[in-house]
Design a protein around this ligand. Sequence first.
Ligand code: GLN
Length: 247
Amino acid sequence: MSKIKILHMYADMLDLYGDSGNMEVISYRCKMRGIECCIDKYSVDSEMPDFSSYDLIYIGGGADLEQQHISDDLQKCKDGIESARKNGSFLFLICGGYQLMGKYYRDADGNDIPGLGLFDYYTAAEPNRRKRCIGNIVIRTEFTGKTVDIVGFENHGGQTKDVKTPLGSVLYGHGNCTKSSHEGYFEKNVIATYMHGPCLSKNPEISDYIIEYCVNRNSDTPVKLGKLDDDLELKCRDIMKERLLNK
Ligand code: GLN
């Protein structure tokens, strides 16, 4: 039986709009295929884990205050997370977690929360607190050569710039900045997005891209995941797409 090991970081602080649900979706989709899925939690002052031993490191979203609360602790994890990414662990990051892997997050008052600087992008909030990117969002992306439209919900003041390889192009909503053409950040073993929802519940292709990567990352004989019945999930997504794109 294959097995994947997940580290869910700061689940008690960074969990907006049901972001923890993403781990339930991954865990369910593994179970349906007979893949063992072990999820460990890490939070402020937990014992320092061996980050590279995890196939997937997951961080959800949180408001400025929560980002400040975890900031010092996150810096202690910098070397571990950086090495894990280099060693091929997958990073899945939502909103506040996405912002903190870049150079910095500057809040509406101009205070900086340092990021881990794993990527070149940086984020600054709109000085006017009322100007936030809030609402449903649809983006178009590609996983292993297949075009996929993803739906989610965004709520951020942060404007993320200098994103070299975005996750997708925006069909509806804002994305990395107000009325941006692009959303998120994407590398082979990194998906970062502003999409809450939780993001994976209506977008099974993202879950399966991550699971397939994790299952195969240390294997000489890569396997393809078996199909699941995603009828309901895809119907939900189609309804949202229809509502948002054809109005
Ligand atoms: N505090 C950040 C912002 O407002 C992140 C919010 C979030 O995670 N939804 O930009």
